[in-house]
Design a protein around this ligand. Structure first.
Ligand code: FA5
Length: 340
């Protein structure tokens, strides 16, 4: 019976035949039971030995069937995979099936372009946590506890009143400085959060791109050079900008670099609040207290920093007249910016 089983097992090619084979040998009316039934007239000794042997055989058959079942399952999965195999990196195959390839979000497209511009000028790219503590968001940036500037940015605080969702990417300055010795220069793009009402140019979650350069004898002229390079590379055409004094506790002097609104051409619209100008790129020379917090000696080194409003830059570049489109999740909106 053992040999008979082995031959039959070798011929089994799929799971259902295996189930049948099992019934054939071990089922109620199966071959093994038939032998056991025929033992009822045998002597007690014969019954005992044959009984033991048939139990052993039953165990062997069960083990073999289990092994074969696992092998068949694997085989069948592999066969199915071979038939349904699809190269999802092969775009035209997706297009053939009516599926369109994904694209980058416009904020990502512009962020990558800016990263390329700055890395080509020797800047590093840094990241930082969205959940910050109040030291890096305020204290290290020369905004002590009682300073009214804390109210300039409406903050989402955690219950412990020690942690918060970062209100600007300037925390990346504070963290970046700690781990470096001058000279250094880096940018830090990312999401920031403010408890603000939304309108055509304001969101509660938006993107900024921080920049910082620290070294010897850095001047406002250096700062303006980098800002101009950034804008001319992004727009590839003359854009009207204006520089005016701006107050931020972490820079001195501080500036606001505004761009003439490209949605209305400067005549006034909801994005520029009828002013013809959009606040885009605040910047300035790093305050000595900020350098000190970053273990940089302000008598030896100085530097500049800027905090670009990335969503607004994207709006100006593509002529988007409401920031809320960017976060709408509307596929027909974002698919206009496909890069491939
Ligand atoms: C800051 O956040 C400073 N940390 C920038 C800075 C960095 C100054 C380094 C000096 C040196 P401000 O709050 O103005 O500054 O925001 C910077 C830019 O982010 C604005 O010019 C604007 O373009 C953008 N921005 C601000 N609030 C919003 C908002 N609610 N929605 C969309 N964009 C915003």
């Amino acid at each position: 019976l053992k040999n008979e089983f082995s031959t039959a097992l070798n011929e089994v090619k799929d799971q259902s035949s295996l189930v049948n084979l099992k019934a054939d040998f071990l089922g109620k009316k199966g071959k093994l039971n038939n032998i056991l039934k025929s033992l009822k007239d045998a002597t007690p000794e014969v019954r005992k030995t044959l009984g033991m042997k048939s139990n052993q055989l039953k165990e062997t058959i069960l083990a073999d069937i289990e092994k074969k079942m696992t092998a068949l399952e694997l085989f069948e999965i592999n066969e199915r995979l071979k038939k349904n195999w699809q190269d999802i990196t092969y775009r035209s195959s997706l297009r053939d099936q009516g599926l369109t390839a994904a694209g980058y979000h416009p904020v990502t497209i512009i962020q990558r372009e800016i990263e390329d511009i700055f890395t080509s000028m020797g800047f590093e790219i840094l990241d930082g946590p969205h959940i910050e503590n109040e030291y890096y968001n305020f204290e290290a940036l020369n905004i002590p506890d009682t300073h009214p500037a804390r109210d300039m940015q409406d903050t989402f605080w955690f219950k412990d009143m020690k942690h918060l969702l970062r209100t600007h990417t300037s925390c990346i300055q504070a963290r970046g400085m700690e781990k470096r010795t001058p000279p250094f220069k880096f940018i830090g793009p990312g999401k920031v959060f403010r408890c603000e009402a939304t309108d055509a140019s304001h969101e509660a979650a938006f993107h900024q791109l921080e920049g910082m350069m620290v070294g010897k004898d850095i001047s406002v002229a250096n700062l303006i050079y980098f800002m101009k390079t950034l804008l001319s590379e992004i727009f590839r055409k003359e854009v009207n900008v204006r520089l005016r004094p701006g107050f931020f506790p972490f820079v001195e002097p501080g500036f606001e670099l505004d761009i003439e609104c490209l949605i209305c051409g400067g005549s006034g619209c909801s994005v520029c609040k009828q002013s013809g100008w959009v606040e885009l790129l605040p910047c300035g020379m790093v305050h000595p207290n900020v350098l000190r917090h970053g273990n940089v000696n302000p008598d030896e080194y100085n530097g500049f920093a800027f905090g670009l409003g990335l969503d607004r830059l994207v709006m100006m570049r593509y002529g988007i007249d409401d920031i809320r489109h960017l976060h709408s999740g509307n596929l027909s909106f974002v698919s206009q910016f496909k890069t491939f």
